[in-house]
Ligand binder design. Structure first.
Ligand SMILES: [Zn+2]
Length: 206
């Protein structure tokens, strides 16, 4: 609860909601709230409408788990992309980071997490059945782009083992990704390079 003496209750509610967003402290929230109030009412209505339909209209692709507006995402439905190359990432936001590099023309698969024994996340909590199906249907390459964290590496190992007897080339994004690195925090050039310089899984395991 933020202490807001003299602030009308409806404005205080907006300030409190804004202050729950990441990176926005009480002072910034106050400034944003006051700014909204100083602008035409229609600006707030447009913002409210955009927020109202956000969850209604943005869902997840049935095939790969990326963000999608309806049923399937823009990557799975793009005929110019190579559907036989799948880049495997932990979260939908990782796909957005990959796309900032502009070079990748394959498709994706989002796990929605990574193996984490400490947090009780096992293979059954990840979107693996869907991935099994895609691998079985026949793909040429699976690029493991899980994070360079301990759990991300463990997840990559698990997946390489899971699909080692399938007829698919397995690769890992290169060590351009710093240790402990979440993809979300990398700049697009580092990530593009890590993807371009990916190495065959067999050569990473000594
Ligand atoms: Zn998709």
């Amino acid at each position: 609860m933020i202490h807001l003496p003299g602030v009308p209750a409806p404005l205080a509610r907006v300030i409190e909601m804004l202050a729950t967003l990441p990176g926005i402290g009480p002072k910034t929230a106050m400034r944003l709230g006051l700014n909204l109030l100083s602008r035409p009412a229609s600006d707030s209505e447009h913002l409210a409408e955009a927020l109202r339909i956000l969850h209604e209209e943005v869902g997840f692709c049935e095939t790969c788990g990326c963000f999608a507006e309806q049923g399937h995402c823009q990557f799975c439905t793009d005929v110019n992309r190579d559907a036989t190359v799948i880049c495997l990432v932990e979260q939908p936001v990782d796909v957005l980071m990959m796309e900032r590099g502009h070079g990748y023309r394959g498709c994706y698969h989002v796990l929605r997490g990574r193996l984490s024994p400490v947090d009780g996340v096992g293979p059954e909590q990840l979107r693996l059945i869907a991935l099994d199906k895609r691998v079985e249907q026949g793909i040429s390459e699976l690029i493991l782009a899980t994070s360079a964290t301990v759990d991300g590496e463990a997840t990559a190992h698990y997946l390489a083992n899971r699909y080692q007897h399938q007829d698919v080339r397995i690769s890992r994004i290169s060590r351009g990704v710093p240790e402990g690195g979440e993809l979300e925090y990398l700049d697009e050039h580092t990530l593009s390079r890590a993807l371009d310089q990916r190495v065959s899984w067999d050569s990473t395991v000594m």
